[in-house]
Design a protein around this ligand. Structure first.
Ligand SMILES: [Zn+2]
Length: 353
């Protein structure tokens, strides 16, 4: 047997992206750089979507991910576009044929309770075959309605036997308190391991005693927090002068509290963030910088998250080898720090086909 060195790992999982909006950034540049303009620009583009356009961009983006070692993708789909919902749900068998597993989250980009019809469209997306119930409580009109949207999401998920994945507290407002409601719902309904809270950037700005309480609750409830450092390092802090907050959630402290943290790429050249490559080493590299995770142990943990904790939405890491089928990555460098430094990606991607 020839010893070739390097490193073998399971494939990478992407727990948070938006295939419906991917590759659209150049069509509607985000001139202010804010989250709110991103949402407005997307809303304008959304009305012109066709199934062919959504499908073509989603396949191109999924292949970009796969070429860089990511074979499991959880995408959110805006339930304000029936066209996008149906196109992404229908795409799952085609991607599986290419060795890429896709989960689709019914994501109400503009809220469930903000305007008539939005709740119905969100529920219809679940009926249309979405795998996961989404929500965006910080975007609802009031604090109370935000909490109510969280309860509605959990009630719908429990009724249908589905997991929950929310865009949770993606704001710099230290008063934003949806994450604790998510944890309480997960605990009360016995949904540990079935709940993802994406972004959680308000936690960055929360007062210390409150942050400590809520992070303990996150660990106790078995809620996975997904940090999306590429988007959040540029979308958060936009209302700040200097010093300007980083806005990325508290990864080091969540780890210390015993919580599970995933890393999402989020935007691949979409109206929020144009610079995405679908290489998961990019958000990992960004996270080690903005999260002060540059100790040797932390950098290794960040790399391992990509093929470890990131598989949480699938119940655990992908197989390396089984019955003649290999789903694995081979990296030329054995050292995870070198892998993060060069961001060359795996030299071999076995899709298990
Ligand atoms: Zn997102």
């Amino acid at each position: 047997m020839v010893h070739v060195g390097g490193r073998l790992t399971p494939p990478i999982a992407e727990p948070h992206c938006h295939l419906d909006a991917a590759l659209l950034g150049a069509r509607a540049p985000n001139r202010s750089g804010t989250l709110r303009e991103g949402i407005r620009n997307w809303a304008a583009l959304r009305s012109e979507l066709t199934a062919e356009d959504v499908t073509a961009r989603a396949i191109e983006t999924a292949e970009m991910y796969a070429a860089r070692g990511t074979l499991r993708i959880r995408t959110h789909v805006d339930t304000g576009s029936r066209v996008a919902v149906e196109a992404l749900v229908a795409l799952k068998p085609e991607l599986l044929r290419r060795g890429i597993e896709l989960q689709v989250v019914a994501f109400p980009q503009e809220g469930i309770l903000r305007a008539p019809g939005r709740r119905a469209a969100w529920e219809a997306a679940i009926d249309a075959g979405c795998d996961v119930v989404g929500a965006i409580p910080h975007f609802e009109r009031t604090t109370e309605e935000g909490w109510e949207s969280v309860r509605l999401a959990f009630a719908l998920a429990e009724e249908r036997g589905l997991p929950v994945d929310l865009h949770c507290d993606e704001t710099d407002d230290p008063q934003c308190r949806n994450l604790e409601v998510v944890c309480a719902q997960a605990l009360d309904r016995g949904m540990a391991g079935l709940v993802v809270a994406g972004h959680c950037t308000a936690l960055h700005s929360a007062p210390e005693p409150y942050a400590a309480k809520v992070m303990e609750l996150v660990a106790e409830a078995g809620v996975m927090v997904v940090a999306n450092p590429l988007d959040n390092i540029v979308l958060q802090g936009r209302y700040d002068g200097y010093p300007r907050r980083r806005g990325v959630t508290r990864v080091d402290q969540l780890w210390a509290a015993g919580a599970t943290v995933g890393i999402g790429h989020d935007s691949v050249q979409d109206p929020w963030y144009r610079l995405g490559t679908a290489c998961m080493l990019d958000p990992a590299w960004m996270l080690v910088h903005v999260g002060h995770l540059t100790s040797e142990a932390d950098m290794i943990k960040v790399f391992e998250t990509l093929h470890g904790a990131n598989h949480g939405p699938w119940g655990g890491p992908d197989l390396l080898y089984e019955e003649g089928r290999a789903r694995l990555l081979w990296w030329e460098d054995a050292d995870p720090v070198e892998i993060l430094r060069t961001r060359k990606g795996p030299a071999v991607v076995e899709r298990g086909l």
